[in-house]
Design a protein around this ligand. Sequence first.
Ligand SMILES: Nc1ncnc2c1ncn2[C@@H]1O[C@H](COP(=O)(O)OP(=O)(O)O)[C@@H](O)[C@H]1O
Ligand SMILES: O=P(O)(O)O[C@H]1O[C@H](CO)[C@@H](O[C@H]2O[C@H](CO)[C@@H](O)[C@H](O)[C@H]2O)[C@H](O)[C@H]1O
Length: 449
Amino acid sequence: MTVLRPTELAEDLGEELLRWLVGQRFFRTKGHAVTSARTLRSSILIEGDPALVHAMVSVDDGAPYQLLFGVRENVPDVLAHAVIGELDGRAVYDAPQDPELMGALLDLLLGQEDVAGLRFDADPSVAAGTRPRQIGVEQSNTSLIYGNAILKLYRQPEQGRNRDVDLHRALAGNPHIAAPLGVLTDHRPQEPVVLGFMQRFLPDAVEGWATATASVRDLLAEGDLHADEVGGDFAGESGRLGTAVAEVHNALAEATGVREVGQEELAAEADAMHARLDVVLSEVPSLASEEQTLRTAFDAVRTLTTPVRIHQIHGDLHLGQVLRTTAGWVLIDFEGEPGATPQQRAVPRSPLRDVAGMLRSFDYAAFHLLPGNDDPQDDRQRLTRATEWSDRNRTAFCEGYAEVGDDPREHAVLLRALELDKAVYEVRYEHHNRPDWAAIPLAAIQRRT
Ligand SMILES: Nc1ncnc2c1ncn2[C@@H]1O[C@H](COP(=O)(O)OP(=O)(O)O)[C@@H](O)[C@H]1O
Ligand SMILES: O=P(O)(O)O[C@H]1O[C@H](CO)[C@@H](O[C@H]2O[C@H](CO)[C@@H](O)[C@H](O)[C@H]2O)[C@H](O)[C@H]1O
């Protein structure tokens, strides 16, 4: 039997760990076999039984994952599903699923402790002695709810600065964000790495995607009424969401600075869109028929003569990143553009990129319920209603945005290119993750030709 060696934990668990990892939502190295796991750093945060071990583990030498292991002699039935393997006669399991150990993690945060190179820091307003529950939604990290606070543990923490934390701090006091309350930092590397971020938990929050799609469902169930005639009309919400996004953009511009870019940088932006398209075309053959339309839209960006304002933006805005509370709309998760490097994420961008992301999301919400999705023509009435819903809410969002910001519709060329660029990204995302939904962005590209 192997003796528990925290510094070699991943290696000792070997196959068992790899099998568990590839099944996790947060595991990004999808699509090819993985062969090795290497522990880069590890610390015992809590000794005894149960013990809590923190480890940064690289799979096939890729960017490290943050793993929290619980180690117990006897695993209670409620944790049986979280067991990864066994070492030295003790079970090793996924600790975020253990309320006892995660309660102890909160004590460390509130105690402002420094344990084995990890620094814990949480605002004293966070309710002490709370045992958390793991958030029950699909997500790319792991979040725990401790009464009035939510702790997000980054599963692949960025080296260097953490955009999510930095931008939340820059926006502190803004009504459209969840207040930052604490950070867990790894001080062992030369440059500290943020491992966890605690924020005010909004118990009355509902995801924008859930509220928007409920409205679409109402409309499609009704069939004969127009989008503005059904009870679940969403246009008022979309307008308020547009205003909230513009207010966050104004605050980000003020806090982080604004620059104007001219033709040279816009041409570079067009080049980047073409390059992204090249990649997707090579992976998704069904996009080929739209290539010329997309290239023409991207090239139009080169012809713009008016300078474009850029500043820090959200970077990954869609209806799953906004929460409706009883007080209004809140934007969450400022990690930035998915799939981009930290350097790319840090670059200031046109706020129209966020607007484009949200407009795409209205399109998704409208069309994802249509039968078959791949042949929407089979139900013309529902297609007409979905189109109406999309147009009505996209317009309302832009109108709301224009109340306190620059009207997005006055930048039609750039906005169209950004929307198509996002749709191209989505074609690839859906192709790899949700093939049944690949037709949604593809149909949108076809409609906007
Ligand atoms: N402050 C909050 N209050 C209430 N729920 C939240 C809060 N922050 C996040 N959530 C919920 O947690 C989910 C995941 O959060 P998010 O920051 O997007 O994590 P990830 O980066 O893992 O996707 C959100 O979609 C939302 O349902
Ligand atoms: O996990 P992230 O929030 O970084 O984003 C990824 O997953 C999203 C799906 O959850 C995906 O968003 C796409 O689908 C949404 C509906 O599920 C839709 O509202 C978005 O407009 C659409 O882009 C996102 O693209 C992907 O990066």
